[in-house]
Design a protein around this ligand. Structure first.
Ligand SMILES: *Cc1c(COP(=O)(O)O)cnc(C)c1O
Length: 437
């Protein structure tokens, strides 16, 4: 990378821990120096020397209409002219709430936050308040933001109390979090048999996008819904990533499951800081000021974020939007698979709507990973080689084998052709390296 970029990273590291404000940006998984960006337009993002990259990160999902979409920018400019924040209710919040409740039938009422982390944290507090129970269940490989109860992994004894995955999380918090293997209906049944009437809620990424992209079975979701209903536990779908990304009704529409609560974020603010959680009216009425579960936010429902979201929803709800988006993903995935096969690279892919996953599985492996252990078993060195090869050729992928990829409506056939052209060169090199060994 350029010396200017190295210089910027050095400067950043002086007063920002690790030089970044969110760890995955640091390229720790793939090695090398993160690229400092300074602007973006449509499908492309530009580094500080104005080198263009075709962007498949899209700010980790929000930029579904492409960067700096004229309509969204105009809405934000108009909102800014009217003042940045009031700390009082605005009609824009009602419009966003009405829109989401109309598009996602399981959501009767919704509360805005400023991040996905706040949405999941508050939804869990609400579930605990509603049920009067303390224990929560989550799944290996799912990410729900960085609140204490969620930075927990399975303890050494299966089906037992969890251990913190981060320093600073008290064991007393972790002991209320049970972590199960993803996509494993039997583990859910065993857990409910043992803990059933002590479980306040189960939180799940209905399609996992934080361990690459894993699409679970219908049986997994049917079991989860049935067990939660039977035990009186609140089923929380964390659709911060999948909401309005895999389709207009989210992953819950795809699996035809009605969760009790749903968390949103990322896309709904079109790139401004936002989150939301909503669901069953009887549960949502438990939040202050209606009920006894406290939840608040000085900048929640911020008018810039709301007006950006309103502008974006106008485009998302146009007939054919998600069909077009997924056909772009199809061309990219089909093209990559054909090239990988041609060069003898063991690649598996997953996709739904505007989201995709690329797995460099071990040679001879033909299955697509189904859970966190199988994602961990992938060839991370191969991913890293692919990532850097693509980056050198102007294609910006998430700098980690544990992240999903995102398409925008602004990615053109030419962008996809260029991406495949770059991939062919990288695959050819990877094949050559292997034969050279
Ligand atoms: C990104 C993400 C979060 C956290 O959202 P932030 O806005 O980063 O706090 C929570 N859950 C899922 C599934 C996510 O992808």
């Amino acid at each position: 990378m350029s010396t200017k970029n190295e210089q910027l990273f050095l400067q950043a590291k002086k007063h920002i821990p690790g030089g970044v404000n969110s760890p995955v940006r640091a390229f720790a998984g793939v090695g090398g120096t993160p690229i400092f960006m300074h602007k973006a337009l449509g499908s492309k993002i530009y580094d500080t020397e104005d080198n263009a990259y075709i962007d498949y990160v899209g700010s980790w999902g929000p930029m579904i209409l492409g960067h700096a979409h004229p309509k969204v920018i105009a809405a934000v400019k108009a909102a800014a002219e009217d003042g940045l924040s009031f700390g009082a209710p605005t009609p824009f919040e009602t419009t966003v709430a009405d829109t989401i409740c109309a598009l996602v039938p399981s959501v009767d009422m919704i509360r805005m936050t400023s991040s996905g982390t706040e949405a999941t944290m508050s939804a869990i507090r609400l579930a605990r308040g509603f049920t009067g129970r303390d224990n929560i269940v989550k799944f290996e490989g799912c990410y729900h933001g960085h609140s204490d109860s969620l930075l927990v992994k399975a303890g050494s004894a299966m089906l037992d109390i969890g251990e913190p995955t981060s320093k600073g999380v008290p064991a007393d918090f972790a002991k209320h979090t049970l972590t199960l293997p993803y996509n494993n209906p039997q583990a859910i049944k065993d857990c409910f048999a043992k803990w059933g009437d002590a479980i306040a809620c189960v939180i799940v990424e209905p399609i996992a996008g934080n361990m690459n992209m894993v699409i679970p079975t219908q049986d997994f979701h049917d079991t989860l819904r049935a067990q939660c209903t039977k035990a009186g536990a609140v089923l929380i779908f964390d659709e911060v990533m999948t909401g309005f990304r895999v389709g207009l009704g989210g992953a819950q529409e795809y699996f035809d499951i009605k969760p009790d609560l749903t968390c949103f974020g990322k896309i709904i603010g079109a790139g401004l800081p936002v989150g939301a959680f909503g669901g069953r009216r009887d549960i949502m009425q438990g939040i202050a000021p209606l009920g006894g579960v406290y939840q608040a936010g000085t900048l929640s429902g911020n008018p810039l974020a709301m007006r950006a979201g309103i502008a974006m929803f106008e485009d998302l709800t146009v007939a054919g939007f998600y069909g077009d988006l997924s056909s772009k993903v199809d061309s990219l995935m089909d093209g990559l698979q054909a090239l990988a096969d041609k060069y003898g690279i063991s690649l598996r892919t997953n996709k739904l709507g505007g989201m995709f996953g690329l797995f460099f599985v071990q040679d001879g492996e033909t299955d697509t990973p189904q859970d966190f252990d199988e994602v961990n078993a992938c060839d991370m060195d191969k991913f890293n080689t692919f990532f850097h090869g693509m980056l050198e050729r102007g294609i910006y992928l998430a700098p980690s084998a544990y992240e999903a990829g995102f398409m925008s409506s602004k990615h053109s056939d030419e962008d996809i052709r260029q991406t495949l052209h770059a991939a062919e060169a990288v695959f050819a090199q990877m094949q050559g390296d292997r034969q050279g060994k």
